[in-house]
Write a protein that binds this ligand. Structure first.
Ligand SMILES: NC(=O)c1ccc[n+]([C@@H]2O[C@H](COP(=O)([O-])OP(=O)(O)OC[C@H]3O[C@@H](n4cnc5c(N)ncnc54)[C@H](OP(=O)(O)O)[C@@H]3O)[C@@H](O)[C@H]2O)c1
Length: 488
């Protein structure tokens, strides 16, 4: 077993009992042995949002031996700076291999989704080799299994499966030591498990309100089977991203709800540590690797030093029970009671971007808007033909949507509550449908078949859908505002 050594005076404060499956640590940071027999720490440095040369430098000095970077500059990654900082510290795998260093920093990068496709991914691998100043890469993930407007400046030339083939070949050639992918759901995991070379690492959004329990349970069960066989081969590391709640800031929260949560606050107070330290301790205790990003040297050091206490079973259960949706304080704004002048100036506070995702295996799903003036009238808004296909709508507080399968069977119902954020995601499953009769009659809507932007100076036609295979418009007339449940 090859080990990425962990040192750093800040780390040597205390040892604590960790989960049974974690080998005895040489530092307080628990570790995981990857399928390729390399052992890595379960706390790495995330580097989106501007982590650059000096931040990587301070992290290496604090004892970090894993850094997560990516090719995407638009998501704030500075891959070349990460590469230079690790190379200048003589901490690359090859420095260690050549005997120039007795430890190394495991650097993971990610291929931008616009480079999905066999040839494009091969070229992208070369780019990372150059930027990271290495002859082989520790880990390469596909950043997303697909691309979408606003993220890609060009149409990807192929699919994640074409890219996977390129990763497999680079792995065969010794150019990459571990391969993986981000944003994996159960169906994608099935597909990955059928590949010639299976993923070593899966990186998903993981925070106390989005615990991804089903996928983690599946991975834990795969890993348990391999443990019982006494092999690391076939094991998968689950990495969590945005564990400090950053994803919620893209879903209508002005600040991360993690830092406002009273349960987390109370536990942190009890141990005299910060909420990030509680979350790192809690996550790694369940075998989840975390990648807290930080440009602050004292935060970096504190995050590595999150193991001087042992959470009780009740505390772990309390944190586990937060899964679902952030509760409590939401920074909702209303302007001038939502009147025309305020809306003109600040935008409509009732507006919500809704994203529906087909999560019904083997069935197309049609999205219907429930007509506010006649709840029995269901207006078709779009179809999600394939599993995981999306329909994205600009909607308003109080809207209701129902979802039907091919045979017109009602599957699921969604009520839009602006209090849940200005961008909301719904996985549409086959749930028992319970009709409700109360629909706020404050909106009327008709389907508009036109394409093109809103007429200048009007808000009559609103663009609803921005994905390449479907464009929808909803013609909305607001009769009364604000909705009675909107509060400041
Ligand atoms: N695969 C993907 O699609 C994907 C998506 C998102 C993220 N990621 C990866 O996951 C990493 C982490 O996610 P993230 O960047 O979204 O954010 P995050 O780690 O959830 O949160 C980062 C924020 O937390 C703060 N923070 C960190 N430690 C702290 C501490 N001890 N005390 C107080 N504040 C602290 C940081 O501020 P300071 O700088 O002030 O410390 C920063 O603002 C990324 O950097 C990236 O590597 C991957």
């Amino acid at each position: 077993m090859r080990v990425v050594p962990l040192i750093g005076a800040a780390l040597l404060k205390s040892l604590c009992a960790m989960a049974d499956d974690v080998p005895a640590p040489s530092s307080p940071v628990p570790t995981f042995t990857l399928a390729n027999n390399i052992t890595i720490p379960l706390v790495g440095l995330g580097s989106a949002s501007g982590v650059g040369y000096l931040h990587v430098n301070s992290a290496i000095n604090a004892g970090y031996r894993f850094i997560d970077t990516a090719q995407s500059a638009s998501w704030g990654y500075k891959e070349a700076e990460v590469g230079s900082a690790v190379a200048d510290a003589k901490m690359r795998y090859e420095d260690w291999k050549n005997g120039d260093s007795n430890e190394y920093v495991f650097v993971q990068t990610k291929i931008h989704p616009q480079d999905l496709g066999y040839e494009a991914t091969k070229t992208a691998i070369q780019l990372s080799l150059e930027r990271l100043h290495v002859t082989s890469l520790d880990s390469v993930l596909l950043h997303k299994p697909r691309c979408w407007e606003g993220v890609c400046t060009k149409e990807p030339e192929g699919t994640w499966e074409d890219s996977w083939k390129a990763l497999e070949e680079a792995y065969d050639d010794g150019l990459i030591r571990s391969i993986g992918i981000c944003d994996v759901d159960s169906r994608l995991l099935d597909q990955l498990l059928a590949k010639r070379i299976k993923p070593t690492i899966i990186q998903n959004w993981f925070d106390p309100f989005n615990q991804d329990k089903q996928l983690r349970e599946r991975i834990a069960s795969i890993n348990k089977q391999q443990d019982e066989k006494g092999t690391v081969e076939g094991k998968i590391l689950y990495q969590g991203y945005s564990t400090m709640g950053t994803q919620w800031k893209m879903r209508g929260y002005d600040t991360s709800p993690v830092f406002d949560n009273y349960i987390l606050k109370n536990i942190a107070k009890k141990y005299g540590v910060s909420i990030p330290q509680i979350l790192i301790n809690w996550a790694t205790r369940q075998g989840v690797m975390v990648l807290p990003a930080s440009t602050d040297a004292s935060h970096q050091e504190a995050n590595l030093n999150s193991f001087g206490f042992v959470l009780t079973d009740d505390e772990i259960e309390d944190i586990n029970s937060l899964d679902g949706h952030p509760r409590g304080k939401r920074k909702l704004r209303t302007f001038n009671n939502g009147n025309e002048e305020g809306i003109e100036k600040h935008g409509d506070p009732n507006k919500v971007q809704v994203h529906f995702l087909n999560h019904v295996p083997n069935s197309p799903v049609t999205v219907y808007w429930v007509d506010g003036s006649n709840p029995d009238n269901h207006l078709p808004m779009g179809e999600m033909k394939e599993y995981r296909e999306q329909v994205n709508l600009e909607s308003f507080h109080g809207h209701e949507f129902v979802f039907k399968d091919n045979n017109g069977k009602l599957l699921h119902k969604v009520s839009v509550d602006r209090g849940e954020g200005k961008r909301q995601y719904f996985e549409i499953t086959d749930k028992t449908y319970t009709p409700t009769s109360t629909v706020a009659p404050h909106l009327v809507a008709t389907l508009c078949p036109l394409e093109g932007p809103s007429p200048a100076g009007t808000n009559e036609f609103r663009r609803l859908f921005c994905f390449p295979n479907l464009t929808l418009f909803l013609h909305l007339s607001r009769i009364t505002l604000p909705h009675p449940t909107m509060v400041a």
